[in-house]
Design a protein around this ligand. Structure first.
Ligand code: BGC
Length: 429
């Protein structure tokens, strides 16, 4: 079977994880607090802000026809209401480079990091954050919209729901987060809750020039207010984008784990799906597409996540190697009734042969979905590069391409070549 003619094949990055020196962002500030809980600060990252042209050329050479990346709010609007012409010009160059190489850009407007000034106002719990976010999206899209066929407003709009579930699992429901290391990262959520300075303490707030009650970072916005702010940010942004760039297709992305009930876990498992997915359906109403992001499955018992099965192969994140999860999640998410893109799917491993196998099995599942008439329009592998994995620093390696961070030399892995060949053939075999 071949994939639909215009199927998008690509890989994904996020600005803060690859660009480097994202100085005006909240993450940069909290990374540099003593005892921040971060394994290391992001630093130059993959220096993609400077090297984007050679990187996009490389993606083309490998066989891809698309690239998902994010525009950084903190660069475009480094102070409240102050827009950087230079940053917008930079992203115009990136987008034009994509088009020059025949790479269709899929742009994310918010991928976890926010401008640090937003934390002076109350971050993702501040009632006017949706207006601020929509204003930023309006500026970006009125300048660059004609170059952007697909825009995702918010990456993993539901991430705080999942972070909360994970913390409940780790603390037996007491909800008090503790720093955890790679080995302990329990389930298929990307970032792991950080140490005290970031999740509750004053030092993070000081570094951001704010107070603890206002320092509401996107990843930890799990209150009712926070969730409402995130959802309204999406709907207001969509409206703003459609006004200035009507031809851009707009959606958001959700982190969707394959919840599988263990003995007696049916209700708890359904509750998790409802929190992560169903509760977002009203916000998705009117969207052109849904971005589905999946890494693994989670076995759920009556009281929360169950341990991995005996002998399960685990990734560097402590996730179970379970690429079949993608198919299950796509089938379930199809109920949203909008076209879907797989905007992230991947594995943190040192052993690239396991990545090759992961991609092969995940894509077989995707192919079965297509054969059953499920509308999936693209597959973006996470990630293009070994990059800054948030609190875990550079230790987990998700990339199709390795990066020597001393020299910024890129080394293409076998998995990149294999996926590139699939993209070129538009078929698995
Ligand atoms: C995020 C990425 C992250 C990845 C792997 C996703 O939750 O969107 O930023 O690096 O998972 O953990």
């Amino acid at each position: 079977m071949t994939f639909p003619d215009d199927f998008r094949w690509g890989s994904a990055t996020a600005a803060h994880q690859v660009e480097g020196n994202n100085l005006a962002s909240d993450f940069w500030a909290v990374e540099h607090v003593p005892d921040s809980g971060f394994a290391e600060p992001s630093g130059d990252a993959c220096d993609h802000y400077r090297l984007y042209r050679q990187d996009i050329a490389l993606l083309k050479e490998l066989g891809f026809n698309s690239y998902r990346f994010s525009i950084e709010w903190a660069r475009v609007e480094p102070e409240d209401g102050v827009f950087s012409r230079a940053a917008i010009a930079h992203y115009r160059d990136v987008l034009e480079t994509c088009h020059e190489f025949g790479i269709a850009p899929m742009v994310t407007l918010h991928h976890f990091s926010s401008p640090r000034w937003l934390m002076r106002l109350g971050g993702w719990e501040y009632e006017k954050t949706p207006n601020r976010f929509a204003a930023y999206c309006r500026v970006v899209m009125s300048e660059l919209g004609s170059l952007i066929p697909h825009a995702a407003t918010i990456n993993e709009a539901n991430i705080a729901t999942l972070t909360r579930q994970m913390i409940e699992d780790m603390t037996g429901g007491t909800g008090s987060p503790a720093p955890v290391g790679v080995e302990q990262a329990p389930v298929g959520v990307g970032p792991v809750p950080a140490g005290p300075a970031v999740d509750s303490g004053e030092p993070g707030a000081d570094a951001l020039g704010t107070t603890a009650d206002k320092r509401n970072l996107f990843l930890f916005t799990w209150s009712e207010t926070g969730m409402a702010v995130v959802k309204r940010s999406h709907t207001m942004a969509r409206r703003a984008i459609k006004e200035v760039s009507p031809s851009t297709q707009v959606g958001l992305t959700l982190a969707l784990q394959d919840y599988q009930p263990g003995p007696g876990g049916e209700k708890a498992s359904d509750r998790r799906w409802a929190a992560a997915f169903d509760s977002f359906l009203p916000a998705l109403d009117g969207d052109d597409f849904l971005g589905v992001q999946n890494y693994s499955r989670v076995l759920v018992g009556p009281d929360g996540a169950l341990p991995h099965p005996e002998g399960a192969e685990l990734t560097q994140m402590g996730h179970e190697f379970y690429p079949q999860a993608l198919e299950n999640v796509l089938r379930r998410a199809a109920s949203a009734g909008v076209p879907m893109f797989v905007t992230e799917n991947g594995i943190a491993t040192e052993d690239d042969t396991r990545r090759v196998e992961f991609v092969r099995l995940a894509l077989q599942g995707l192919e079965r979905c297509l054969a059953d008439g499920i509308d999936v329009r693209g597959y973006y592998h996470w990630s293009t590069f070994d990059n800054f994995e948030w609190m875990l620093g550079y230790k987990p390696t998700f990339g199709l391409i390795a990066v020597d961070r001393e020299t910024q030399h890129r080394t293409v892995k076998d998995s990149a070549r294999r996926l590139g060949e699939i993209a070129r053939r538009n078929a698995l075999r």
